[in-house]
Ligand binder design. Structure first.
Ligand code: BES
Ligand code: ZN
Length: 460
């Protein structure tokens, strides 16, 4: 163990330099024109994995971006297998003018690595690769079998990974899935996440007259699609924050008293939360606290609204079309197919006959609740405590990692969500960062996890 930790200590700079190389590749997955950079990133990662000692690795092509896969099965059939999942794709960088330093030129300020993808998820997934390298260089082996599955489409819905998993169940067979793509509750407070919200993302198009019209000649007589859509949107929630889609709450798992008590024990200050966002108060579903609303209650947001004239100056137009992007975060045991159908039906039912409405589903993913008493979670608790010196807390997340529910349904393996991000990391925002201490500590906690897992989680 001492040799392992001293290898990690000695290689700090090298590991950081490699992470910087990884961060320099602009692997934004949602922009089709950027596909070559995404591929470049997959190839860089493959090379790094190979150089880290996992020779059995390859790229799997999909109809979208490539999947990077690697395995080290040298611990043998009697040893357990952990599949590590992560993503090498990143979010777009806009609004670029708000970045203090360029998103794909990583730099360090105040103990943080600033770059797009530093926390979500390149920095986090890289800790595992460097932990594997540390074991292999120090001992020539790992105490468990490892499989690595790193995808390039998480940030746009993991659209091709589900089929890949269904088609490759034997290849991916494992005892536990380990994911580092979540956040700690607070700086200095290592956390294990046990639930992610799911998501159902749709786009709605409203078409009125067959062309843009003069709002003086036609205004008052012809329905305006923006107005119609705004009215429809207003009917999605009532004044108590309850979503009005019929049947929306049918499958929602209610919070238990113990869970609500558990949330209350976490060091959360509503005032600090508001101060950080520079808002004067919070607002949401009546009867629930902020943590309950974001972790354990479903939500509905308008992510974008399009229509009419938004250029400089005025234009008296009655537009022909309007559209909106709408996403709903789901909680156990809601199902995203079911919710997409329900919202589609509802929108159709409330649209006036003067317009045509079309709804497209963009993507979806189911919510998950992972066990808190699995041996993998126990190993993660020990690993985090030993690497960071503080006992981890349990928390839930409002965000989604769509593929996690598939690990449970298709591979029948419990997932451990051992994240390393911080709430101040600004993921998906300008100036994304990853704390250097969490990067180095994360390499240690991953390396220790492998040992603890081999001791605690023996195969039967
Ligand atoms: N790492 C995040 C998930 C996450 C978000 C964890 C917030 C902790 C806090 C992940 O990369 C992500 O952003 N997922 C997307 C999925 C979506 C595009 C289907 C999300 O939640 O918006
Ligand atoms: Zn993300």
């Amino acid at each position: 163990m001492n040799n392992l930790i001293s290898f990690i200590e000695k290689n700090k700079e090298k590991h950081l330099e490699e992470l910087f190389e990884f961060l320099r590749i602009p692997s934004i997955s949602s922009v089709p024109d950027n596909a070559l950079h995404v591929r470049e990133c997959a190839l860089w990662l493959l090379e790094n994995i190979k150089n880290s000692g996992i020779e059995d690795c390859r790229i799997f092509e999909t109809e979208g971006h490539p999947i990077v896969y690697g395995q080290w099965l040298g611990a043998g059939d009697s040893a357990p297998t952990v599949l590590i999942y992560g993503h090498y794709d990143v979010q777009p960088v806009d609004p670029i003018e708000l970045w203090k330093t360029k998103p794909f030129e990583p730099s360090i300020r105040n103990g943080k690595i600033y770059a797009r993808g530093s926390s979500d998820d390149k920095g986090q997934v890289f800790t595992h690769i460097k932990a594997i390298e540390s074991h292999l260089s120090t001992f020539g082996r790992l105490p468990i079998n490892i499989k690595l599955l790193i995808e390039g489409e998480e940030e746009c819905g993991s659209n091709h990974l589900e089929d890949f998993i269904k088609d490759n169940k034997e290849l991916l067979r494992c005892d536990t899935v380990l994911v580092s793509d979540t956040e700690w509750f607070a700086e200095g407070l290592p956390s294990i996440c046990y639930s992610l919200r799911g998501i159902s993302y749709i786009e709605v198009f409203v078409t009125g007259p067959n062309r843009d019209l003069h709002s003086g000649t036609f205004g008052g007589a012809v329905d305006n699609p923006i107005f119609v859509l705004a009215n429809m949107i207003a009917k999605l929630k009532d004044e108590y924050g309850r979503i009005q889609i019929p049947g929306f709450y049918d499958d929602v798992l209610e919070l238990t008293i113990e869970e609500r008590e558990g949330f209350k024990k976490l060091p959360f200050s509503e005032k600090e939360y508001c101060d950080d966002l520079e808002v004067d108060g919070v607002n949401g579903e009546f009867g629930y606290t902020t943590l309950e609303r974001t972790w354990a209650r479903p939500s509905l947001d308008i992510n974008g609204f399009n229509g009419g004239y938004i250029g400089e100056g005025a234009k008296t137009v009655l537009p022909s079309t309007a559209s909106a992007k709408i996403s709903m975060r789901l909680v156990p045991h809601q199902n995203y197919y079911d919710i997409s159908e329900k919202i589609t039906k509802y929108l159709m039912s409330i649209a006036p006959p003067t317009v045509k409405v079309k709804v497209n589903t963009l993507h979806g993913g189911n919510p998950v609740l992972v066990p808190r008493d699995s041996c993998g979670v126990k190993a993660a608790m020990l690993a985090l405590e030993s690497a960071f010196g503080t006992k981890p807390v349990f928390m839930r997340e409002g965000g989604s990692i769509p593929i996690v529910s598939t690990f449970l349904s298709e591979l029948e393996s419990p997932t451990v969500l051992m994240g390393l991000g911080l709430p101040s990391d600004n993921i998906h925002s300008p100036n994304e960062s990853f704390a250097i201490d969490n990067f180095y500590g994360g390499i240690k906690s991953s390396a220790i996890f492998f040992d603890e897992y081999s001791k605690i989680c023996k195969t039967d």
